[in-house]
Design a protein around this ligand. Structure first.
Ligand code: 13P
Length: 342
């Protein structure tokens, strides 16, 4: 492992004003997204959609540091035969790859999940590196509900995250460590805070025990936020303040960067929250976005599977990328969204 090089990539992923596009939806998930816009999910339509974003030059060059790809996409070629990985590199962004293989029921823990995909991961990482991937992602899912999460689910998922991270670093790939506390429930922000605290403590303990170099990784956490069904929604200021308190307490400053998932927040909320955190300031790590839905909902709608809408899709993507870039510097303003809508 060359830690200096891993660190260089990790810092580039969270470079000021830039963030990560999470375009790594599995075939099942992208089908759900396409169903919403009435587009059939085929190998070609998935390629066309992703190529549209990767060729949005302004967004990719100025606001996007890296792209998380799904296995299918990393091997795909653009319509003109250029590998999509090259299209991303030519725009100045870094290709990355989702390497977990989804979740399975965790035995003994009803309603809880464990992320799988460690078997043969070392061999897969080698192939992904050869194909151009310089970072990877593994997502652990922690649900909040009646009597959950269990300590077992938190521990088991943290263990798997650390095993994955160690394998990535051995393969000279920067691991994005993503322990996601879901916002699907009816819990309030304080319950989310408490669960996320437990998850982060356990995750960093496992990373330490499995000798993962913190300088060569990026953390992808949820924010401290109320569940979507909670009657007690927190303000933007409260989300920002509690998230920063939580991260400052449990994320060592040796970690070069933190890149949030959007987790089901509205596009504008995800932007406003990141912006408010930067306005608090005094952060020891890079802090940016690694959004899936909050970057793609608008371009998906604008594109709607039609070749004549490619420019509109790219424009919608560029707008969201720019808004989040501004937020990652604490320079976003709500009026900028209104101007766009006008
Ligand atoms: P969302 O921003 O849609 O939560 O997706 C980010 C991601 O990569 C989830 O694993």
């Amino acid at each position: 492992m060359n830690l200096a090089d891993l660190n260089k990539v990790a810092r580039a992923m969270v470079a000021p004003g830039k963030g990560i596009l999470a375009a790594d939806e599995s075939s099942g998930t992208i089908k759900k997204r396409f169903d919403v816009i009435g587009v059939e999910s085929t190998e070609d339509s998935r390629r066309d959609y992703r190529e549209m974003m990767f060729r949005a030059k302004d967004a990719m060059t100025n606001y996007i540091s890296g792209v998380i790809l799904y296995d299918e996409t990393i091997w795909q070629k653009a319509k003109d035969g250029t590998p999509l990985v090259k299209v991303i590199e030519q725009a100045g962004a870094i290709p990355g790859i989702k390497v977990d293989e989804g979740t399975q029921a965790l035995p003994g823990c009803p309603g809880e999940l464990i992320t799988v995909g460690l078997d043969k991961l070392a061999e897969r990482l080698k192939k992904y590196y050869e194909q151009g991937a310089r970072f990877a992602k593994w997502r652990a899912v922690i649900d909040v509900g009646n009597g959950i999460p269990s300590a077992t689910a938190i521990h088991t998922n943290a263990h798997a995250l650390a095993r994955y991270a160690a394998l990535c670093q051995a393969a000279q790939i920067v691991p994005i460590v993503e322990p996601e506390v879901l916002m699907d429930g009816d819990h309030d922000i304080d319950r989310c805070y408490e669960v996320t605290e437990h998850v982060l403590r356990k995750t960093f303990q496992e990373l330490y025990e499995q000798r993962v170099a913190l300088e060569g990784m990026v953390l992808k956490p949820n924010m401290a936020i109320a569940g979507k069904k909670s009657p007690k929604q927190a303000s933007v200021a409260e989300v920002a303040e509690k998230t920063i308190k939580l991260l400052k307490s449990w994320v060592p400053s040796a970690v070069p960067g933190i890149a949030f998932l959007s987790g089901g927040q509205s596009d504008e909320d995800a932007t406003a929250h990141l912006d408010a955190m930067h306005r608090i300031g005094g952060l020891p790590w890079g802090l940016t976005f690694s959004y899936g839905r909050a970057l793609q909902a608008a371009p998906q709608k604008a594109w709607s599977g039609k070749a004549e809408n490619v420019a509109a899709g790219q424009q919608a993507f560029t707008h969201r990328a720019q808004m989040n870039s501004l937020a990652s510097k604490g320079e976003w303003k709500a009026d900028l969204e209104k101007k766009k809508a006008a």
